[in-house]
Write a protein of this length. Structure first.
Length: 107
């Protein structure tokens, strides 16, 4: 499995985005919005909006990273599934506003 990128979130946890996941899931479902946005996704993980990391409302192992999308009224949402201290990007897509029910877990 080849990695598209590997980075750390503000907590120092390792996050990996595989090429396969990017192609199959991110571009497979959100190609119009996410094509060419690999660097923005990595940036959202490294420096999320307001420095806040959220826990997914439906899955306790998943963390959510938001970044305000420049030039349009939308947010980039990045979903990362953690197993121990390593996270893998599940998906990334644009939404009109952050989802209710997600609770801040960091800082």
């Amino acid at each position: 499995m080849t990695n598209l990128f590997e980075t750390q979130d503000p907590r120092g946890l390792r996050v990996i985005c595989t090429k396969q996941q990017w192609l199959d899931h991110v571009l497979g479902f959100h190609e119009d919005d996410m094509n060419g946005c690999e660097q923005e996704v990595q940036s959202a993980i490294e420096a999320p909006m307001y420095g806040i990391i959220y826990q997914d409302a439906d899955n306790a192992n998943r963390c959510i990273y938001y970044k305000q999308k420049q030039g349009i009224r939308a947010y980039l949402k990045v979903v990362v599934d953690f197993d121990e201290d390593v996270g893998f990007v599940v998906t990334a897509y644009l939404i009109p506003r952050p989802k209710s029910g997600e609770r801040p877990i960091w800082p």
